[in-house]
Design a protein. Sequence first.
Length: 348
Amino acid sequence: MIYQNVNIECIAYETPPEIVTSAAIEKRLAPVYQRLKLPEGRLELMSGIHERHLWSPGTMPSDAAALAATKAFQQSGIKPEEIGALINCSVCRDCLEPATATIVHAALNLPPEAVAFDVSNACLGILNGIILGANMIELGQAEKVMLVSGENSRSLLESTINALLTDQTLTRQSIKPIFASLTIGSGAVAVILSHRCSSRSTHRLYGGASLSVTEFNHLCRGNADKGMADQQDTLMSTESEELMQRGVETAAKTWKLFKNKTGWQNDTVDCFCTHQVGSAHRKLLFETLGIDQNRDFPALQSWGNTGSVSCPLTVALAAESGQLKAGMRLAMLGIGSGINSTMLGVEW
């Protein structure tokens, strides 16, 4: 896919107020660590995550998304009445029905003409939303499209800790599928896309590629959708090692397709922003794709895996830090359980 008329107006993010370190999680899990003789510091050593953020108790995914959206309006100067479509792209949703996008739509006082709906595709939600929004702009269905995501990891983190503390049958082997849930963090982003004729930015969405290798959809599974309010019994099971291998294999195929579609090459990309999973995943991804890890902007250590927020958040942080500058070529590399991969190129 190649786009001619779509700019990324802005990417705004909101930081949750509470910081939880990996050491603090291990302290709560001390009985489990002692019973299974797990070494202290294992969580940070294996994941590369020092800390992650949590929203204040009672915060809903829509609340977090609305906070990021408000920042996007402030940063871009765009007004709510200019938005032609709102797409909520988070893994976490307030409830099964209605669409969380409708709750955000009302909170932002968007016009009735702005269609609102949810897109859910694990950690690829925002990247998929960018494609949908860009298609709407190219087709003349909207002049400006807003994508939002509010990921709230508190329910999953608390449920996982409680499950680990109460299940006395767990072994060093059987604990592995549960352990990945301890790397999840919270965050919120909002992305505004504009038709280039009315855009106030120069960040051109150039194009991209996607692949779905769905025979591996069983490698990461969550339980039934109950919404993401606090105190929900939310659990996930992840075959981390195989998911990493199969995910990177899928990414390598997608990267080849991306280069064929865009004409970009490994050495012509100035900045890479990826979905942040873990330090081992990052190392394997860059080695397999044959790209320069020095051009990567990592946010994993301070944020953890923030789901669909991860890749766009990393872009915003890279731009804020000055590593991503005007005129650079940016590659957004996304991998999500399923397994799906989407990669987008932006002329920043």
